[in-house]
Design a protein around this ligand. Sequence first.
Ligand SMILES: [Ca+2]
Length: 198
Amino acid sequence: MSSTIIMRYAFKSRSTFSVVFGCPGLGGVQVLRSDDAPPIGQRALTLESIEIDLGILAPEDKVWSCCPKDWRLFGSHCYLVPTVSSSASWNKSEENCSRMGAHLVVIQSQEEQDFITGILDTHAAYFIGLWDTGHRQWQWVDQTPYEESITFWHNGEPSSGNEKCATIIYRWKTGWGWNDISCSLKQKSVCQMKKINL
Ligand SMILES: [Ca+2]
């Protein structure tokens, strides 16, 4: 139960208050009445850095699952293609995700790859959270084990020991896939965080 977020969206009306949620793209708005919610004093604001229009996916076991405004929900995670300072080195891109409580995206299935590519522009390349620690030892930023069987490298990639950071990019003949590039090149990126359970 994340009790820190609700208060930002609570507003008083006479002696009662309501809490309104609305998950972007999911179309649902739920109003919790004051008699459903704990007393105001029990809730603290700690997630100051996240500006959220909290929304509802579905009540799963009495838990509300949400993503911050403008993030996209898929499975147990939220995804964002940052538009502010949209092109940056791999390190700066990871820092940018980190500032939002996220990290560069970690792709763990074909379904996740397909979802992510569905929100990307075929004319751009995007850093993902995969980098070469040396001698072609690939590492995900969240310590997820790198499994060769769950990779989506383009044909001929990864191509160079000097290219230590992974991007996802569209190639007209073969579609979406990964390409290793120099980490200092400036590219767009995809951030990921765990969905928020209330
Ligand atoms: Ca390459």
